[in-house]
Design a protein around this ligand. Structure first.
Ligand code: UT7
Length: 324
């Protein structure tokens, strides 16, 4: 059987029109620019207008990724949207994006692993593509967390933002891929921690959407202390080391978490792609947003070795290594 690789052939992203600075948030809750910057590195975030739903942002990002790849709707036969803030409980946001883009073939579904959703979605798409289940996949991370934060709770509302990012993955025969593609991944979940970061509602419990609740300090401790195991495993599975990485593109939750993780693994600070200052924490959208920024500004180039990594509610966490 021919061996296949999932190669990134395009990226795209979309942000809401409205920028909200830390100073603006001080009018809403008892906080300060100094506290937010010092504790998180966040200076601003984008917040969606009512008509900028998750599927609207996701569609824009996906269209941009298709344009970047020079492809059209007819070329895509798999759409996976990582989100925890779907427009509706069902149908999936992925099917809404599929319809909006005019894709008529293949499958479309949502994947929910909260902030780790994009890493889980890339890993899932890779399984389809490398086993012949699909030829080209749109992998999207799209969120409107501003809809589920409690705007009275200063410990969480200052952290999150809205946005979407997408990549196009294409199945290529290993020889034609010339070393490019998803090289390895490592995913983990541990539901014993489900009450550290959760939403206190849902269709099957309260019948309401609910609000995000987080024990920030506990999440911080776990993120810095335990999450690097998936990075190490992904590197080992690909037979490579941290020193070989060109770019580290982690989930953008907190600058301190990102830098502590990089230090622990031995990844140089100048190899980190950091967008948390501009975007805030956009959950499953943060990695594809950062990938698109770094690719378009010329940092990530073809042939570069890129590590993506994230942790989110559950806890669920994962890492994937991509030869760009
Ligand atoms: O994306 C999913 C993963 N999520 C994360 O990775 C988030 C992980 N957690 C974090 O990033 C950090 O824990 C936070 C940024 C949420 C908080 O930073 P921290 O250094 O852990 O602060 P803390 O929770 O220990 O709070 C320190 C103080 C508290 O006051 P006292 O008890 O020391 O008097 C809080 O009440 O800061 C206070 N505080 C605030 N002050 C001003 C909490 N939120 C705010 C705020 N403005 N917005």
């Amino acid at each position: 059987m021919t061996s296949l690789r999932s190669v990134v052939v395009g990226t795209g992203s979309s942000l809401p029109a409205r920028v909200v600075t830390n100073a603006e948030l001080t009018e809403r809750v008892d906080t300060s620019d100094e506290w937010i910057v010092q504790r998180t590195g966040i200076r601003q975030r984008y917040l969606a207008a009512p008509e900028e739903t998750t599927s609207v942002l996701g569609t824009r990002a996906a269209q941009a990724a298709l344009d970047d790849a020079g492809l059209s709707a007819d070329d895509i036969d798999l759409v996976i949207c990582a989100t925890s803030t779907p427009d509706h409980t069902f149908p999936s946001t992925a099917t809404q994006i599929q319809a909006a883009l005019g894709i008529r073939q293949g499958a479309a579904f949502d994947l929910q692993a909260v902030c780790a959703g994009f890493v889980f979605a890339v890993t899932t798409a890779d399984k389809f593509l490398t086993t012949g289940g699909a030829r080209r996949a749109l992998v999207i991370g799209a969120e409107t967390f501003s809809r589920i934060v409690d705007w009275e709770d200063r410990t969480t509302c200052v952290l999150f933002g809205d946005g979407a990012g997408a990549i196009v993955l294409e199945a290529r025969e290993a020889e034609a891929a010339e070393g490019r593609g998803v090289l390895s991944s490592s995913l983990r979940s541990d539901g014993r921690h489900r009450d550290k970061l959760y939403v206190d509602g849902g269709p099957g419990s309260t019948g309401t959407t609910g609000h995000l609740r987080m024990e920030g300090r506990e999440v911080f401790r776990f993120a810095v202390g335990s999450v690097t195991d998936v990075i190490v495993e992904a590197l080992e599975r690909a037979g490579t080391t941290a020193a070989d990485l060109d770019w580290f593109v982690p989930h953008q939750a907190n600058r301190r978490i990102i830098e502590a993780s990089a230090d622990k693994i031995g990844i140089a600070r100048d190899k980190i792609v950091l967008t948390v200052d501009r975007h805030g924490n956009t959950s499953a959208a943060s990695i594809p947003l950062a990938l698109d920024v770094a690719r378009r500004d010329g940092r990530i180039r073809e042939g570069d070795l890129v590590m993506i990594e994230a942790i989110g509610g559950g806890f669920s966490w994962g890492a994937a290594l991509i030869r760009w």
